[in-house]
Design a protein around this ligand. Structure first.
Ligand code: COA
Length: 147
């Protein structure tokens, strides 16, 4: 099983993080035996026949945020061979999610806002649909640079 390992330095402390595919549709990030992040994705059921995918859940537990874990999981995800024929990758960020930096994370990787839906997850929670082209013409911001 391929594992990606990187070390986050916090003061004198070194925190090694391992990212790997637990199932074909679920990535986990671990610090030792502790699961500190997850990414769950799916194919979008696109009636036009195009192969698109969605990053459905990207979460990192609060005490492990701002260490680059979500960015690493997304980059490992983008390198997944299953996405080879996928044209667009989408994600949804509701206003609550955006309070933790979810939108900034995706913008940093080159995602663009497509639309904002009123009451998408629940009444009073406007939600952005964001997307990035990952087939031909993909952004090189998505490449994995992890040793
Ligand atoms: C959003 C979330 C996944 C970010 O995880 P993370 O591991 O802390 O993110 P990273 O450390 O990889 O951050 C990568 C970049 O995203 C942006 N970012 C992340 N958190 C941010 C915040 N709180 N404020 C502003 N920008 C932020 C920054 O550009 C950051 O790069 P930098 O640290 O070099 O400036 C995490 O806060 C979380 O689990 N939130 C709750 C669930 C959620 O919102 N999921 C995303 C939508 S499904």
């Amino acid at each position: 099983m391929t594992k990606w390992v990187f070390t986050h330095a916090r003061g004198h402390e070194k925190i090694p993080i391992t990212v790997y595919w637990e199932t074909p549709f679920k990535l986990v990030a671990k610090h030792g035996a502790k699961i500190v992040g997850r990414l769950v994705w799916s194919y979008v059921d696109d009636v036009t026949g195009k192969r698109n995918a969605s990053a459905d859940w990207v979460t990192v537990i609060p005490e492990y945020r701002r260490m680059g874990i979500a960015r690493t999981m997304l980059r490992v995800f983008f390198a997944n061979k299953k996405l080879r024929r996928v044209e667009w990758l989408t994600a949804w960020t509701g206003s609550e999610i955006e309070q933790t930096g979810g939108y900034d994370l995706y913008l940093q990787l080159g995602f663009k806002e497509m639309c904002v839906c009123k009451d998408y997850y629940a009444k009073g929670i406007p939600t952005r649909m964001i997307a990035i082209k990952i087939g031909k013409g993909r952004s090189n911001k998505l490449d994995v640079h992890i040793k």
